[in-house]
Design a protein around this ligand. Structure first.
Ligand code: HEC
Length: 173
């Protein structure tokens, strides 16, 4: 870890990311349109699904606090503690490394292998390319339904030096 670079990255984080990831909004749900990530997971659950699930459970004679019966507007803003070890990123794991998440969507990897345990400390995430990653891992293709890597383009327009500093700071969380 490069402490001076991480300190520079904190300044970038405070300006670009903290309003969501280090604020009272952290851990709350925001409208999908605000983050723009793949809608597939949200589409698998809605108010009608919750009502039906609660009905089946009650009919079985089980008494428990039911599932929340309302439509979900979007994904939660995650806490970023230990984020360096939580690759691949986004709710569907469609972005292999933190550095890739800071690139515009058309520059993020489209096909890669998840599940290999060799770590890449520069891009921050696991190695997802090469023979061994292919042998051990599972192929991810962002063109498949629910696997899209779009959205969350925060910070993608920053100069490369700021992105590198930001990644260095994210390693410290
Ligand atoms: C408008 C609010 C908002 C801003 C600003 C924002 N994020 Fe996020 N971030 C989110 C949401 C919501 C998600 C979850 C999206 C999903 O999983 O589909 C997320 C997900 C992430 C993830 C993936 C977490 C995981 O467990 O996979 C990382 C890393 C991240 N953000 C870093 C950043 C960084 C770095 C910045 C600043 C450049 C930033 N975010 C700016 C809302 C925001």
């Amino acid at each position: 870890m490069d402490a001076a670079r991480a300190a520079a990255g904190k300044v970038v984080f405070d300006a670009q990311c903290a309003a969501c990831h280090a604020s009272p909004r952290t851990g709350t749900r925001i409208p999908l349109a605000e983050v723009g990530t793949d809608p597939g997971r949200l589409d698998t659950w809605d108010k009608a699904s919750a009502i039906e699930a609660n009905r089946v459970v009650a009919a079985m004679g089980i008494t428990r606090k039911g599932l929340v019966e309302e439509d979900l507007p979007g994904y939660k803003i995650p806490f970023l503690d230990g984020i360096w070890l939580r690759a691949p990123y986004l709710h569907n794991g469609a972005v292999p490394t933190l550095r890739d998440l800071l690139e515009p969507v058309d520059r993020r990897p489209r096909v890669f292998w998840r599940g290999y345990d060799v770590y890449d400390p520069t891009k921050v995430g696991f190695v997802t390319e090469g023979d061994e990653a292919k042998r051990v891992g599972t192929r991810m293709d962002v063109a498949e339904k629910g696997s899209g890597n779009q959205g969350h383009e925060f910070g993608t327009g920053l100069p490369a030096a700021d992105k590198d500093a930001l990644v260095e700071y994210l390693k410290t969380l």
